[in-house]
Design a protein around this ligand. Structure first.
Ligand SMILES: Cc1cc2nc3c(=O)[nH]c(=O)nc-3n(C[C@H](O)[C@H](O)[C@H](O)COP(=O)(O)OP(=O)(O)OC[C@H]3O[C@@H](n4cnc5c(N)ncnc54)[C@H](O)[C@@H]3O)c2cc1C
Length: 671
């Protein structure tokens, strides 16, 4: 059995990373030329890693299933990226970013990793500015910041509502430089279908060329998985439709432990679901909570009238509205962390106060911001006695400058003008804090196999703060992995090229081909989506925002039953030697059907409420926190790392006990 050793360096937290870097083994430049690294995934995490490793002199083979790294899901990131630069002079520091991240994650992350993340966060901004990323600037030309949920400072750097896109273009240009030099060999439209181990070490992958269907072998001295999160296990999520868990799940089956699978983030500000035929949900950036106020009607009869279309939200008097976040959490108000905001919305909607036809929506209202900004603008522009209409128009112009593209997107989808009527929002699956377990070096429990970005179990504990995923992915790729992987590869300078003509590659390739042949020849009666939707419904209903023992046990049994039916009755049209999106989906959903069950099992074992994981059995019963989530540090201050043993129900739990030496464990209070 693999031993769970986090390999956190000794010494004070502030010095760990520096001392580590001072002491690790390095690979000399001439030797780097003889070392190959496979990077699977070229979103922000994989793209930044590939570019940096190639810049250092390694030979990189990079893989992505899209037709270009520019299409990775990272492009969708809207709101921004955190860094503790303290440009606003509001008291930020590395320690505060570290503290906020550990607290925001409800004390379920590894302190040393989070401190390192905060430490390198400033470098990311410098690196991206040097690449030409057009971050927003203030009136003096300096980089601007805004605030995100769960913190009391403004540390989020942004490029309108398109931060991920701009960061990805910067990263892609860094990659392109290396592609042109021949240091990165880019395999677009290639899907990794398994990893190959030789003598216990990751030495290659089996990939399918998605255009020709050809199965290929690729070898390397180390393999890096940067394949993103598994939110699509819920079928409906804000993730790109192609986002999947196959690479992460396949390495899990080959020995990489899977950590905290039940830690999922349900984002509070998404466009509500409209019906049964929807295949995708859309995020409204969290940045909108800076200026929008969240409310539902205070009286049930008003909520009912709104649901039935008899009353408009703009007709409801201030006193008849319940700004429930401001009421319950006066200190943080609308800027409470995502898990808290999501649960509060669900609580109001479950109680009947929802504001759309399905009763699953709350308002995000900018009317007060129009007034506030409008009055300020009237003063700045010297307009005396501005009319109410003039003030609103001036305020709307400011909001348009800040979030115009998001308002436009909302109007296109909902066909309502959010400048005139409040937006409707509802929580949706958005991000997965769980993922492949990695040590301080970002290495999995398989030697030479690394995992970075959203695909690993990350630094966000049980709940990620807004704008911290981009920070983590780019920290991993630009500033952490390039050091830690060198330490490992320094032992490989005499190994020489890894052959693909070996029994290990034969065996894994055969497994991959057999599975593809099975799908093509099964001739079942139901589509892949049929099963994926059913899985998603079980996940949302029983392993969603609120969980209990009975539901979780049922979910495990139901997912197993869906999986068995899938293998008997799935229908995949077309054949294997052509572009076949249904075949691609079949493999991915097969993996989701296993991961979903482990997810429920992990949630069942963790009988405490923490972060995004709310157990109905673990709630504060008295005092100021009555009704809030109750964490249990005595029994659950650990990372659960699951070892694959065949059926997901048989997975074996290993615990990485978490030590908190630099932060006092406290109950999270945003009141
Ligand atoms: C709508 C939305 C908005 C967001 N906004 C923000 C924000 O403002 N700030 C923030 O910090 N975070 C945000 N996030 C989260 C953040 O965008 C993601 O966590 C982050 O971009 C993930 O980056 P990644 O590189 O780990 O993975 P991805 O960007 O998902 O990239 C995965 C890569 O892996 C490849 N891949 C996957 N499987 C395989 C395989 N089997 N074989 C080959 N290639 C494979 C894909 O082709 C792709 O290149 C947002 C998320 C969403 C959904």
């Amino acid at each position: 059995m693999a031993k769970l050793d986090s390999k956190v360096p000794k010494g004070p937290i502030k010095d760990k990373w520096t001392t580590y870097k001072d002491k690790i083994d390095l690979v000399n430049p001439a030797n780097k030329r003889h070392i190959d690294i496979i990077v699977v995934g070229t979103g922000l995490a994989g793209g930044s890693a590939a570019a940096t490793l190639a810049e250092l002199g390694y030979n990189v083979k990079a893989f992505a299933y899209q037709d270009s790294p520019r299409r990775a899901h990272s492009i969708a990131a809207q709101g921004g990226i955190n860094a503790s630069k303290n440009y606003m002079g509001d008291g930020d520091s590395n320690y505060r970013l570290f503290y906020d991240t550990v607290k925001g994650g409800d004390y379920r992350s590894r302190e040393a990793n989070v401190y390192r993340l905060a430490e390198v966060s400033g470098n990311i901004i410098d690196q991206c500015v040097a690449q030409g990323v057009p971050f927003a600037r203030d009136y003096g030309g300096l980089l601007d910041n805004r605030s995100f949920g769960g913190v009391l400072v403004s540390r989020t750097f942004y490029a309108k509502g398109q931060t991920g896109q701009q960061l990805l273009l910067g990263c892609y240009s860094a990659m392109n430089r290396q592609i042109a030099r021949g240091k990165i060999e880019m395999f677009n439209r290639h899907e990794m279908l398994d990893v190959v181990k030789v003598d216990g070490k990751a030495r290659g992958i089996i990939a399918r060329d998605l255009i020709s269907g050809k199965i290929e072998r690729h070898s390397a001295h180390a393999v890096v998985i940067a394949t993103g999160g598994y939110g699509n296990v819920y079928f409906l999520s804000t993730n790109a439709m192609g986002s999947n868990a196959t690479a992460a799940w396949k390495i899990h089956k080959k020995g990489a432990f899977f950590a905290n699978p039940c830690f999922t983030q349900i984002h509070p500000t998404c466009i509500p679901r409209s019906g049964d035929y929807q295949s995708k949900l859309t995020l409204m950036s969290e940045s909108l909570r800076n200026d929008g106020r969240i409310w539902v009607p205070a009286k049930l009869e008003d909520a009912k009238a709104i649901q039935e279309g008899r009353l408009k939200p703009t007709e409801l008097a201030e006193d008849d509205r319940d700004y429930y976040l401001e009421r319950r959490y006066p200190a943080f108000g609308n800027l409470v962390p995502r898990d808290v905001a999501s649960r509060a919305a669900k609580e109001r909607c479950d109680a009947g106060y929802g504001v759309n036809a399905t009763g699953e929506a709350v308002y995000l209202d900018f009317a007060a911001a129009f007034q506030r900004y409008g009055k300020e603008q009237a003063k700045i522009k010297g307009i005396k006695d501005a009319s109410k209409e003039e003030i609103i128009k001036l305020g709307q112009e400011i909001i348009e400058e800040k979030y115009g593209n998001l308002f436009q997107m909302y109007e296109k989808i909902i066909a309502e003008n959010p400048y005139e009527t409040p937006m409707m929002i509802y929580p949706a699956t958005h991000y997965t804090m769980g993922g492949v377990w990695v040590d301080y070096n970002l290495m999995t429990t398989v030697e030479g196999l690394y995992c970075i970005g959203e695909a690993n179990f990350s630094d966000h504990g049980a709940n990620r703060l807004g704008a911290s995923a981009l920070m983590q992915g780019l920290a991993d790729g630009y500033f952490v992995l390039p050091y830690t992987i060198g330490d490992y590869l320094s032992d490989d300078i005499r190994t020489g090229e890894i052959s693909t003509d070996t029994k290990e590659f034969d065996e894994v390739e055969k497994e991959v081909k057999d599975k593809i042949d099975f799908f093509i020849n099964n001739k079942g009666t139901k589509t892949v989506d049929h099963f994926h939707k059913r899985l998603g419904k079980v996940m949302w209903d029983k392993v969603g925002m609120s969980r209990n023992e009975k539901d979780l046990k049922e979910a495990m049994a139901e997912i197993k039953a869906i999986r068995e039916e899938f293998w008997k009755d799935v229908m995949v049209p077309g054949n294997a030697s052509e572009m076949n999106p249904e075949l691609e989906k079949a493999g991915r959903v097969a993996d989701f059907l296993e991961l979903g069950e482990l997810f429920a099992k992990d949630a069942l074992v963790r009988n405490e409420s923490c972060g995004g994981h709310f157990r109905e059995e673990s709630v504060e019963l008295d005092g100021e926190q009555k009704g809030e989530a109750k964490r249990n540090d005595k029994d659950y201050a650990f990372v659960s790392a699951w070892e694959y043993k065949g059926e997901p129900a048989d997975a074996v739990l290993h615990k990485e006990e978490l030590e908190f030496k630099d932060i006092e464990l406290k109950q999270r209070s945003y009141k």
